[in-house]
Design a protein around this ligand. Structure first.
Ligand code: FAD
Length: 500
């Protein structure tokens, strides 16, 4: 347990930069028994991974912070199964697996996240298009409940009763946990409160629960292998319409490749940066910093990750992708990182990662120079791909109507984009937050999720989106799950929904 100011200052914020983070103590646990002790000895506790949360879910508001980074260890328990300590980062995991010709695909864009954090947010990322989100790769969990009892769960071991509840017996006795009755949107990524389905697996209740139902200390993951060799193509489009049409074609081509069509490129991820994102990269000097010259004007850009085909088929798949990109603004990709060209790959990925950094820098400047209360206006929404053009049109129409400067980027191959407004005043920020909730309603009506991969956390706009998605009754059902597992409200109070 640390209480010195330097240690506490180091854990007051997550990547959402929520204000007023504060904690009386930092506990660093190195095994499940220590986690149990921390939970039994303190009235409120907030588990943290690498604090890369973009929702304030890892920002303490007076709770004891419980760091899991010392939960280490990676053990192979079957050819495609590994037991991993919650504190292992995804970069460390991947570096270990590569030595054993294994690969864990569903990593978010930030590889410094811990596996415990990724499971707790059901993280997804660029390659969800081919591989799905975290949930599909988790086979087992060790979870310490709020009262200190320890659950060892394996997938397919404990299913809900057909009448909608789990009967759970642990060292502290028997309890009944209700299964929420709402329906999750049928899209590739949903990180919107507790999972729910008829006769669901108990393990799925803890995946994506953002630490509010228990502390994950170990995870059994499934892997494939070996890691694919991938190339990255960075292509400039004439217009947003062209970017959408090209993505639709590439999605279909990939599906052919997965069925064994040798000529088709096997695409695992397509990222999109709209014209405003590119303009911001240029203005903030980030394009220049990675040595990429962006011509003006430009309609948008795609970053296409293609997995290499079998050696004999590889030239045909590469040629097919080049042909598909021939009609883009420069008659082909501006930059291609071939497999193992790590330097070019890094430049392209740094450019992509630069967009949220540049937007944060703009918002930070507005906070310093105009009004400290200006908030970031950002969302993380997904719709079935066929509705993506309509969704983009509605985002732009709404931001333009309010006179809000904006940029949109993200995982276009999943229909998952991050619309961001760049408020210059507090009134613009407030209008932007209201617009996000309004747009969330439309996304929900399209069969999408207004909360795709980042979770809900302590963000009031995201909590409003959650209420809108499942209704007040749905949030009450989540409260009942929480009350059954954590009756004293010890774990992460105020995360996902208000504490009272
Ligand atoms: C640059 C950048 C890019 C990103 N890209 C993506 C992306 O592509 N896809 C995506 O899904 N997310 C993305 N994120 C968000 C973030 O990286 C993910 O949500 C990640 O899974 C969080 O992991 P973490 O270890 O940092 O957890 P934290 O941020 O520390 O915690 C996240 C939540 O999980 C809880 N938690 C953490 N560890 C545990 C545990 N062991 N047991 C119980 N609860 C726990 C915390 O209480 C908190 O509510 C990105 C973030 C950044 C900064």
């Amino acid at each position: 347990m640390l209480t010195n100011p330097e240690a506490l200052a180091g854990v007051r914020f997550d990547a959402a930069h929520f204000p007023n983070g504060h904690t009386p103590a930092l506990a660093i646990a190195s095994n499940a028994a220590e986690v149990a002790w921390v939970l039994q000895s303190h009235s409120t506790v907030l588990p943290i991974g690498s604090q890369s949360s973009l929702t304030g879910g890892a920002t303490p508001r007076g709770e004891v912070v419980l760091a899991l980074r010392d939960l280490r260890g990676i053990t192979r328990i079957a050819p495609d199964r590994w037991r991993v300590g919650a504190g292992v980062t995804l970069a460390e995991l991947q570096a270990h697996l590569v030595q054993h010709d294994a690969f864990y695909p569903p990593v978010p864009a930030y590889a410094g996240a811990q596996i415990g954090g990724a499971v707790s947010t059901n993280a997804a990322g660029p390659a969800t298009f081919k591989y799905g989100a975290t949930r599909g790769w988790v086979e087992g969990l060790t979870v310490v409940l709020a009262d200190g009892s320890v659950l060892d769960l394996e997938r397919n071991q404990c299913r809900a009763h057909p009448d909608g509840y789990f009967e759970l017996t642990s060292s502290s006795g028997a309890r009944r946990i209700p299964v929420p009755a709402y329906h999750l949107p049928a899209v590739a990524k949903v990180s919107a409160g507790y999972s729910a389905a008829p006769e669901m697996d108990l393990i799925d209740l803890f995946i994506g629960a953002e630490g509010t139902l228990g502390v994950i200390t170990e995870v059994t993951i499934r892997t494939v292998g070996p890691a694919p060799r991938s190339s990255l193509s960075f292509a400039l489009c004439r217009s947003e319409e062209q970017a959408l049409a090209l993505t639709a074609t590439l999605r279909l081509e990939s599906q052919l490749a997965w069925k064994g069509a040798g000529n088709s490129p096997d695409i695992s991820a397509i990222e999109y940066l709209d014209a405003a994102s590119l303009e911001i990269l240029r203005a903030e000097g980030l394009a220049e910093a990675v040595g990429i010259h962006l011509p003006e004007p430009v309609g948008g850009a795609l970053i296409i990750q293609r997995e290499a085909a079998a050696p004999g088929l590889e030239p045909r798949a590469a040629a097919r992708l080049a042909a598909l990109l021939a009609d883009t603004q420069l008659g082909g990709a501006l930059l291609v990182a071939e497999p193992r060209d790590l330097l070019t790959e890094r430049r392209i990925l740094d450019l992509r990662a630069g967009v949220p950094l540049a937007v944060n820098a703009r918002v930070g400047r507005a906070q310093r120079e105009i009004d400290a209360d200006i908030t970031k206006v950002a969302a993380d929404m997904i719709v079935p791909f066929e509705h993506l053009g309509e969704m983009l049109h509605l985002f732009r129409e709404e931001f333009d109507r309010l006179g809000l400067e904006h940029a949109i980027w993200g995982h276009i191959s999943d229909g998952n984009l991050h619309p961001n407004a760049l408020p210059r005043t507090r009134a613009e920020a407030d209008a932007g937050q209201t617009a996000i909730v309004r747009l969330g309603r439309i996304v929900t009506a399209m069969g999408g999720s207004p909360l795709a991969e980042h979770g809900v956390g302590r963000n009031p706009t995201k909590q409003a989106l959650l209420r809108q998605l499942y209704g007040a009754a749905g949030v009450e059902q989540m409260r009942s799950v929480k009350a059954a597992l954590d009756p004293a409200g010890r774990l992460s109070p105020g995360v996902i929904f208000p504490a009272v």
